[in-house]
Design a protein around this ligand. Structure first.
Ligand code: PSU
Ligand code: MN
Length: 305
C-alpha cells in the first residue's frame, strides 16, 4: 500500500549512493508567508545542489509519500492555504485517506528514513512550549529524534519555546545535541540561547562519524545538530524578546492550542517585525542546507570507503 514517489534526481542519487538532503514542507506551508516560502524552498534546493548533494523535499500528495517534489507541486503547496500539517500522529491516517499534507520535522524524519535518507536540513525544531507544565505542549519532533535515525540540522530552538526544558527533554530521550563550532546552544534568530552546548563539534566529518556510530550500535534515534545563524544575519534579543512575549500573550488570549500554536506564533512574529525575522529565518535555513550537504557528503563517502 505504501507508495514512495521519488523525484528523478533522488532516484538517481539513491542508485549511485550519492549524498541526499531531506527537506520538510511544513516550513513552506505553515512556517513562512507566500511568496517568500516558495522562493526560499527553491533557493534551499539550489544551495544543496551547489554543495554537491541532492535535495529531497518531502510531502504527502494525494496519499503518496513524495520524496523530492517537482516545481509545480512545490508551487501549489506554497500557495494552498489549507494544506494539512502532518506529524507522526496523523501522517499514516492522511496517507491512507488519499489526502495531501505538509510534513513537520517529525513526519519528514519518518519519510526520510523510509526512503533511506540520513540527513535533513530545516530551520528550527519544535520543542517544549513555554507553560508546558500547564498545557503539556511538547512537540512530537523531540520524540521522533529519539526514535528515528536521521541527523537533523537546525539553528537550535526558538525563544517562543522553553529552551531549557527542551534541552532537558532531549537529554532524557537520549538525543545527542551537537553544536557546530560553538559552546552555546543556538536560539534560531540568535546565535546564543544562554545555555551551554551539550556537545560541541568542529566538523561535518565528526557529525557523520557519530551518525554512523549510532547505527553501528543499533541505537534507534537520530541526532540534532545546532548550527548557529551566521553572524551578519543574527537579530538581537532586545528587539525580539518583547515581540515574542506579545505573540505568546495573543496566543493565550485567543486560546490557540495544539498544532495551531507554532504556526500562529511564527506568523505573528513575522508580521510584528515587518519581515525582519523572516529575512533572518531564510538566511539560517540556507546556512543549515550548506552544513547538511557537507554531512551527507561525508556519510556517503564513509559508506563507500
Ligand atoms: N519551528 C520553526 N519553523 C517551523 C516549525 C517549527 O522555526 O516551520 C515547524 C516545523 O515543521 C516543526 C513544526 O516540525 O513547526 C513543529 O510544530 P509543533 O510545535 O506543533 O510540533
Ligand atoms: Mn504542540
Amino acid at each position: 500500500m505504501l507508495n514512495i514517489v521519488l523525484s528523478p534526481e533522488v532516484k538517481q542519487a539513491k542508485a549511485d549512493g550519492a549524498p541526499i538532503v531531506a527537506l520538510e514542507s511544513t516550513i513552506i506551508t505553515h512556517g513562512m508567508p507566500y511568496p517568500e516560502n516558495l522562493n526560499t524552498a527553491q533557493r534551499v534546493e539550489d544551495t544543496i545542489r551547489q554543495n554537491g548533494a541532492v535535495p529531497a523535499t518531502i510531502a504527502v500528495i494525494g496519499g503518496n509519500l513524495h520524496v523530492g517534489l517537482d516545481a509545480e507541486t512545490l508551487s501549489n503547496l506554497a500557495q494552498n492555504k489549507d494544506v494539512l500539517k502532518l506529524s507522526r500522529a496523523d501522517m499514516a491516517v492522511a496517507m491512507s485517506q488519499g489526502k495531501t499534507g505538509a510534513t513537520t520535522v517529525a513526519a519528514t524524519m519518518i519519510g526520510a528514513h523510509a526512503a533511506g535518507i540520513d540527513v535533513f536540513a530545516t530551520g528550527g525544531i519544535g520543542g517544549v512550549h513555554r507553560g508546558a507544565e500547564q498545557s503539556f505542549d511538547v512537540s512530537a519532533d523531540l520524540y521522533e529524534l529519539a526514535a528515528t535515525p536521521v541527523t537533523v540540522v537546525a539553528a537550535g530552538a526558538k525563544a517562543i519555546l522553553d529552551i531549557p526544558k527542551t534541552l532537558e527533554v532531549l537529554e532524557t530521550l537520549g538525543v545527542p545535541v551537537l553544536c557546530y563550532k560553538t559552546d552555546a546552544f543556538p536560539a534560531f534568530w540568535m546565535q546564543d540561547s544562554g545555555l551551554p552546548a551539550p556537545i560541541r563539534v568542529e566538523s561535518a566529518a565528526e557529525i557523520a562519524r557519530a551518525h554512523i556510530m549510532r547505527q553501528d550500535l543499533d541505537l534507534p534515534g537520530g541526532q540534532l545538530v545546532g548550527n548557529p545563524i551566521p553572524d551578519q544575519a543574527a537579530l538581537s534579543g532586545e528587539m525580539l524578546m518583547p515581540i515574542i512575549e506579545q505573540a505568546l500573550k495573543e496566543a493565550a488570549a485567543q486560546k490557540i492550542a495544539a498544532k495551531l500554536v507554532t504556526p500562529f506564533l511564527l506568523g505573528r512574529i513575522v508580521e510584528v517585525t515587518k519581515g525582519v525575522s523572516l529575512t533572518a529565518n531564510i538566511e539560517l535555513v540556507l546556512n543549515n542546507a550548506r552544513l547538511a550537504s557537507s554531512i551527507a557528503r561525508e556519510i556517503s563517502q564513509m559508506r563507500q570507503a
